[in-house]
Design a protein around this ligand. Structure first.
Ligand code: HEM
Length: 153
């Protein structure tokens, strides 16, 4: 295996790395696999969920399913992430209830990784065996992105 883009030692799980490196990796992988970058990021987000749940279980209530999990991500999960690792900068998520079957997630991050957010939302629903419809209300590659989550089950 060659060295990562920055020319540093192999990646470590408890280290932080510049966003430009992940952009370079996604760009190259997308080229090699012939899959658009945002689709790749979405799949990555989806695949992250079981590990996130394993590591952050203590911050979750057992009765939470996808709806409550999303409503509590900012206050419970991302707040815990920021507290446990001061170098971590998870995105700001403003989640608004639009009735019993619908949430609107306002994503904000300078990393422009809302496609990962879409994947995480789908991954949580899959983990909970729930059917959801995730729709982008604004373009996915921006710093601010609005995502609608509709609960079918
Ligand atoms: C379920 C519990 C969740 C946990 C434990 C969790 C934890 C984390 C952690 C550890 C990071 C890395 C931050 C860093 O190293 O700087 C992160 C980033 C991220 N999280 Fe979460 N997260 C959760 C839920 C969500 C949900 C529901 C969404 C989307 C609606 C989301 C969207 C993201 C995105 C897109 C990033 C990438 C960084 C960025 O865009 O700036 N997360 N999260």
């Amino acid at each position: 295996m060659g060295e990562p883009a920055g020319g540093h030692a192999p990646f470590q799980m408890d280290e932080t790395y510049p966003t430009s490196e992940i952009a370079a990796i996604v760009g190259k992988a997308s080229e090699l696999m012939g899959i658009p970058p945002h689709q790749l990021m979405e799949k990555y987000g989806e695949s992250l969920v079981p590990d996130l749940f394993l590591i952050y279980k203590k911050y979750m209530r057992p009765e939470w399913r996808t709806y409550d999990m999303l409503l509590n991500t900012e206050a419970a999960m991302h707040a815990a992430v920021r507290k446990e690792d001061s170098r971590a900068t998870p995105p700001l998520l403003l989640v608004t209830k639009k009735g019993r079957r619908q949430l609107v997630v306002d994503y904000y991050s300078r990393r422009r990784m809302a496609a990962v957010a879409v994947g995480i939302i789908k991954g949580i629903a899959k983990y909970e065996s729930e059917k959801v419809e995730v729709t982008l209300l604004t373009p996915v590659g921006e710093e601010r992105v609005q995502i609608r989550v509709y609960f079918l089950s």
